[in-house]
Write a protein that binds this ligand. Structure first.
Ligand code: IMP
Ligand code: MG
Length: 179
């Protein structure tokens, strides 16, 4: 697996530090609130597992499954809800836990859909932000790190469902996705 990686973009240690800081900020900002962490599978699952243990508040978690990517490296713009959130959102302070904000099309769709269910508040916490590729107006209040316009893998992020188990975030060798 490591042979397919061109460079390390964010090391294991840096990720740990970033997640810790985000968790601390959320703990401060959401004291006394009804926190519900909503995670979009599968990419953000590693981030959720780590950040929820850095949030020192009572909170709930729930999952969504959407599809916007096939096996290519570009978003299709078509967001399909495969699994919805089960917990009612009314009165909840929803934090969407995302792996990466890329075009923003996926999150834009999800946010608009969830807002109709009367949550008390809704914000985005994304580990990575790739602002160069934004195709619509989506604002994440909590951002871990900005990444350049390159396809990244690891720490939950996949290429063709692989590389999610890399403990760091790296860039694939072009020959891997040109295949
Ligand atoms: P968006 O709709 O373009 O913002 O893309 C949303 C989803 O695409 C993310 O949650 C990821 O699952 C996937 N994605 C976007 N960029 C990358 C990348 O560089 N590597 C791996 N997955 C990505
Ligand atoms: Mg993906």
């Amino acid at each position: 697996m490591l042979n397919d990686i061109k460079t390390t973009l964010i090391s294991e240690e840096e990720i740990k530090q970033t997640v810790k800081e985000l968790g601390k900020k959320l703990t401060e900002d959401y004291a006394g609130k009804n926190v519900l962490l909503v995670t979009v599978l599968k990419g953000a699952v590693v981030f959720l597992a780590d950040i929820m243990r850095e949030i020192d508040l009572k909170c709930e978690i729930d999952f969504m499954v959407v599809s916007s990517y096939g096996s290519s490296t570009k978003t299709s713009g078509n967001v399909k809800i495969i699994k919805d959130v089960n917990i009612p959102l009314e009165g909840k302070d929803v934090i969407i836990i995302e792996d990466i904000l890329d075009s923003g099309l996926t999150l834009n769709y999800i946010i608009n859909m969830l807002k109709e269910r009367n949550p008390n508040s809704i914000e985005i916490c994304t580990l990575l932000d790739k602002p160069a590729r934004r195709a619509c107006e989506v604002k994440a209040k909590y951002i871990g790190k900005q990444v350049p316009d390159e396809f990244v893998v690891g720490y939950g992020l996949d290429f063709d469902e692989k590389y999610r188990n890399l403990p760091f975030i790296g860039v694939l060798k072009p020959e891997v996705y040109m295949k």
